[in-house]
Design a protein. Sequence first.
Length: 154
Amino acid sequence: MSKKRQLPLASSWVRYGLVVVIAVTICVFTVADAATVGLEADGGPVSHGPFGIDIGPLGWFETATYAHGMAYGGLTASLAYAVVAPTDSESQRRLVGCVVVAVVYGTVLELLQGNVASRSVETVDFLANTIGASLMGLCWWWLTDVAEFVPRTE
């Protein structure tokens, strides 16, 4: 068996601060009026596919769907780095908790988004949030098999 690669572990302030920054950023872009945060596509350069639908970089889904998946994947990664990185026997259970927290957070924000006039609640967004968080959870699970986080020595 090969030796695990050692990755730096930032201080807890940095790790939890990263979680807060990502969570607040997601909240602002989710719950705020679309035009206020610069997401209004009217008149802007948007690549439209068939029937005027923005089909995103791979042509499979709308760009917003990719954004949801990446945002909640990022939230899951930051949560995992904050609470799972100090590897021990409970790390797998905490990783599942990170995925669940990210999905629940996304669900709550998606429901709150329904109260914003320029926004709507969409099932595709729920799915993208869940898939993004789950895929990152799987990636993190793999990462803990090949790498370990070590505290920085000053």
